[in-house]
Write a protein that binds this ligand. Structure first.
Ligand code: GLY
Length: 378
């Protein structure tokens, strides 16, 4: 499967590499040595993927061009996605006497890659880094495009940078061991990408996910359909790489990638307050349905879009009902880090594959949505 490049002004700034074998990350690392050998590699990883990290370590130890200088495991949870964990990571790098030539390799889901990328982008004013994303969410979204960061108080990704990894190494076979709920969290981001830019992939993704939902043996389905899944991931990565190449620093088009996310972040904030367990992808799925609803009510989409999304998402096994009253989301939406002068850049859908940015206040969005949203929790 072909590599995908991300460009800035015609120059390649990051590359997305595909392989079915985790150990094949070694040649990608070797290419980063640039004559400075051995390349000092520091691995930061989610504790849950130590098995894959050991595979990388043993493949790298056979290379004379790399030196694995240490491995640092983190607990990858939203609660731990803080400046304090980033300081722990940089403290470890200091203890290891990592210099400005250090190369950070982050392995794990989006929480791990966001934090390791952030640490790498500020340690000694920035060292080079690369990602081995091990969740569907990170392979299709979080580990592509250079956004790094941590949460502050109850607000998601409030502190961070945009800095590109040297490469993102995508190995779809690692998803065969991913817990199903985590897989589905990434499925929401996959559908989000194809709702932004379609080319037939949206329908294919719904069909694939619907088959997965109905499969008697999901692990077997993932294994047997590995090529189809890899194609979907490649297509999503290609859409994202295109958007980032055109608008790396999110001054315009990149905002499209936030489809469903203003609602999702507010839902996640409410969930934390209520002690409810809602994953990011589940919140994005609900948020996209709310965005479709808002699109119809704001006159951007023809009636029927929300009904179509409801049917598709249910068939794909994704949640669609917001467990909180829309009024309770207003405060968190107003504090969305992308809000400017009280206006939020809502991403609205005119049809699958076609979105537009519509600026409005959180109050107006809530008024338009009215009482249709299910109000199960006050
Ligand atoms: N996850 C949205 C973006 O990378 O812009």
């Amino acid at each position: 499967m072909e590599d995908i490049s991300i460009y800035d002004g015609g120059l390649e700034i990051s590359r997305i590499i595909f392989s079915r074998i985790v150990g094949n990350v070694v040649p990608a690392l070797e290419r980063c040595a640039d004559g400075q050998e051995p390349l000092p590699v520091y691995i930061i990883h989610d504790m849950n993927v130590s098995g894959y990290v050991d595979l990388i370590d043993s493949a790298a130890s056979a290379s004379g061009r790399l030196e694995i200088c240490g491995k640092y495991g983190i607990v990858a949870s939203e609660e731990n996605k803080t400046m304090s964990t980033v300081l722990d990571i940089s403290g470890w790098l200091l203890e290891k006497e990592a210099g400005r030539n250090a190369f950070i390799l982050a392995a794990g889901g989006g929480i791990t890659t966001d934090m390791a990328g952030f640490a790498a982008s500020i340690y000694k004013r920035g060292v080079r880094f690369a990602y081995v994303p091990t969740t569907l969410l990170a392979q299709t979204d979080a580990a592509i495009g250079g956004k790094t960061g941590v949460n502050q108080e109850s607000y998601k990704n409030m502190l961070g940078t945009i800095r590109q990894p040297e490469f993102t190494f995508i190995c779809a076979s690692v998803l065969e061991t991913l817990p199903f709920r985590d897989f589905m969290s990434g499925a929401a981001e996959l559908l989000k990408t194809f709702l932004i830019e379609d080319d037939g992939w949206y329908g294919r993704a719904v069909t694939y996910l619907s088959g997965l939902r109905q499969a008697d043996d999901r692990k077997e389905y993932l294994k047997a359909g590995g090529a189809a899944l890899q194609e979907l991931i490649h297509a999503a990565a290609s859409v994202k790489a295109g958007v980032v190449s055109r608008d790396q620093f999110e001054t315009g088009e990149r905002r499209k990638l936030n489809l469903g996310h203003t609602f999702a972040h507010a839902i996640e904030k409410n969930a934390r307050l209520h002690g409810d367990d809602i994953t990011h992808g589940e919140a994005v799925s609900i948020g996209m349905v709310m965005a479709a609803d808002l699109s119809e009510k704001a006159g951007v989409a023809e009636p029927g879009l929300k009904t179509r999304l409801l049917a598709d998402f249910r068939s794909a096994g994704l949640p669609v009902d917001c467990p909180y009253p829309v009024d309770s989301l207003v405060d968190a939406m107003s504090r969305d880090k992308k809000a400017e002068n009280g206006l939020i850049h809502f991403v609205l859908l005119s049809a699958p594959g076609s979105v537009e940015i519509c600026d409005m206040t959180a109050d107006r969005a809530a008024r338009l949505l009215g009482t249709d949203t299910k109000n199960r929790k006050i």
